[in-house]
Design a protein around this ligand. Sequence first.
Ligand SMILES: O=c1ccn([C@H]2C[C@H](O)[C@@H](COP(=O)(O)OP(=O)(O)OP(=O)(O)O)O2)c(=O)[nH]1
Length: 289
Amino acid sequence: MLIETKRGSWDMKVAVVDFSPYPVVLGKDWAGLTQQVAQAGEAVREPFHKQKWVMGARVVRNQSQGYSWGRRESTRGPSMNWKPVIRWAPLSDKAHIPTRAYDGAAGYDLYAAQEQVVPAQNRALINTDIQVSSPPGSYLRIAPRSGLALRHAIDVAAGVVDPDYRGNLAVLLVNQSNTDYKICPGDRIAQMICERIWHPKLTKYKELPDTQRGGKGFGSSDKGQAGESQPPGKGKQTEQDQTLREEIKSLREELEKLKAGQNQASPQIITPETATGGTNSRPRYVGEA
Ligand SMILES: O=c1ccn([C@H]2C[C@H](O)[C@@H](COP(=O)(O)OP(=O)(O)OP(=O)(O)O)O2)c(=O)[nH]1
């Protein structure tokens, strides 16, 4: 992860945790760099001895014992005056600072830096002429403005801005209407939301435990919709699974009926009276091995 401070940036191996407002953990190996990062007031937590976590401490060089902590502020909770910052820089004089219309708004409105027409039923990439850098452990997502979506059917596609991206922040507008839509410099065209990310280790399993939902999706809970999705290339296997599921379902139903004292004369069931094994035979399904 690229750790950025006022003094510069370092590409460091970090563990990303979800502890607001300290989203990254720097390992002991990084103590040397931690000093600089901590002093710059960035998101830093460092494993202290005996698995205590020291937050917001300033690292002081101790010649005999390696690194120790000085001016410790807290060992329990975040007390450092660290505030997440979205850094931005204009790339031209057409750039606008992203703004929030209300204090409670989730997103920062993004402004077009160029004039461009988004053709009907087509899309266009609009530059904002700003560079952005999200706080450690986060990324920026570009989302539609509901007003544009409602009034002009202008939607936003793509929209994931990687934390290490330093190019011109561009908004991919999609015009779903039958009328061309003209964008002028200074128009608010989308909004940018800062979201947490984490990178759990990807671990491969042979198969994953079943769930109540299973493969159902895409409106499966809507009335009268099957909605079972098939992973690519798994069609045959899924068909077999489906047949098995249906068999199991019908067997369950039979069992339920049996339990309820119904359907005693089901041709699928051999009862003690009809079984060749004598009266001690338990009721069993014909197909049972
Ligand atoms: O709406 C968007 C989407 C992306 N980007 C920028 C930031 C992002 O970090 C970069 C790459 O985007 P993404 O990873 O989604 O695209 P990709 O097609 O996977 O490209 P790459 O191979 O460069 O990652 O483009 C934007 O400015 N606006």
